[in-house]
Design a protein around this ligand. Sequence first.
Ligand code: CA
Length: 433
Amino acid sequence: MANPFLVLGGIAVGIITATVGVLTVPGWVADAQDAAAYSDLRNIRSAMANAASTHIHVASFDDLDNGEWGTRVNLSGGVELTGFGHDANGWCVTVKAASGNHFAASDRSSTIGAGATKEVAADEAGCNIVPPHEDGDDEPPVVEDLLEAFRPGADDDTPLTLASSLRSVVGYVIDTAVPGEVLEPGPDANVSPHWAVTNLIVNPSFEMNTTGVNASAGASSPTVSTAVGGVIGSKSMRWTTTASDSNVMLGGWDGVAATKTAKVTPGEMMSASISLRSTVARPALLRVGFRNESGASLPVVFDSETKTTTTNGWTRYAVTFRVPDDARYAYLIGRATGNSVGQFHYADGVLLHDGAYEVEPFDGTSSGPNYTYVWAGAAHASSSSRTPSAITRHPDVLVWRAGDTAYFFLSHLLATTDYELVYEGGKWWLRTG
Ligand SMILES: [Ca+2]
């Protein structure tokens, strides 16, 4: 349709002004806002066509806006120019409506592109360039735009299970936040967590003696054994059952010893774990108990899941808990039920440490590629620590907390890596920074 305000090759100035009456219709505000952006882009297209027909290179939107080339385009109220590109290959203009939706027009297509970002809109409009913002670098990051809206309703630890592949974690998050979106091919990294942990159990691996072990109800004769090897080192602690229910204190303060070990702080999250195996498979669990300053045992205990031991391998038992108000010291109990008198159970790798995450068993003599291990004092008679030998990445950074945006989660995780997430040309890329 001919535009009466356009004068080919002329000097007369026409004014193209969007008028969108539906703006006043209640309940249709977003549609009207989008319609205003559509209308403006149609006017811009007409103006650009006019400029092209008179062989004028329009270098910026200002050239349209000031009417220098015989055409003036005013944007509707609420419509923001987000990009203007014009080079030897063609032109592309992007705008953002008051609704937050993005729109684009180009010389390549009669379609007005629309999308959640200007890149998507530009792609749909056939743009062969994604125009830079007119105002330079005050444009918010597009990745943030796309990932700022989604917040999980509950803590999501899926990323923790995917940590061996950063691409898997990032792919999961963007697909969750913007369903259907995928990462383009690219490099990957292992982002498994590595963090410092101190084991408060002073004789965790029974390589020298059974100090700290007390045979309790239904148990006798704790002894160092090489019969089934160990989880840490080559030995474990064996005890003999004397009743159907058999209980052994595996470490922590017994309430009597002059040196009080396994000191705990009320309110803190902690975890405990052990490995067990048996000469006859039995249901078993790990129990955490507490004492006050004078050694009295508190009524509250925390039990791991009950699992049946096996005769040919180790089973790991773990429990995470919040230290009760009156607790000052902790102790650990291994408990097996349904026993025949005289059978054996074996225990090794006793851990008690801060934090809500189970860790691989270790003591101050352990070795491995990811940590250095030390005893705080005498070997097998003091607390022991593991310290990351390279990067520290706490598992908290891999748990997507309820209410945190996808952008918040990913930006904190990516800050622990050399990678950055880029959204370009309507596609997601994970790149080394
Ligand atoms: Ca051992």
